[in-house]
Design a protein. Sequence first.
Length: 216
Amino acid sequence: MSDPIALVIGNRNYSSWSVRAWLAMKHSGLAFEEIFIPLDLPDTKAAIAKHSPSGLVPVLKVGDNIVWESMAIIETLAELAPDMKFWPEDFAARAMAKSVSAQMHAGFFRLRRDMPMDLRNNLPGQNHTEGALGDAAKITALWTACLERFGGTGPYLFGDWSAADMMYAPVVGRLRTFGVPTNDICENYMDAVLAHPDMAAWMVGAKAEPYVIGNP
């Protein structure tokens, strides 16, 4: 890859879409520049606008080309680093992986609204709204189905670490922060996601950030 690559992200503690793109970037193995823009500050909007046509992070910059939206970034990186196997090789597994990833991208807004990502905090029992818990139940049912059918070769949704796990990594953080009960299969899966070296590195960065958004 001859063109320079840069990834624009927001706060590690709060930006759930940024973590997805960053995990994909790390998985690609490609060299990249990280451009960090703190969120919720007076100059945040102007700083993001220099990079992002949507006014949001994350943004992938490949030479003069700009890619925004986490799913588009993941797919672009899968093209740039095809040997890294972002998606399962088996057709049935790949079809399901792409379906559950797209469902995460487009849905579960009640969980995202009521249980915002806050990796530094421990808030068991808080924000357990009916809507958020309903979304969490749907998500854990999806996880269980994937793990029981396709997870036999490894600890992740489709055995090996894949784009589907990257898409759900922030949800793992949310469920752990707010102490949402699941089942043994999902608890083991969440342990594996948080122990993945790239996710663990992101967590270290999140805990070291000085920025606080909302109530501390």
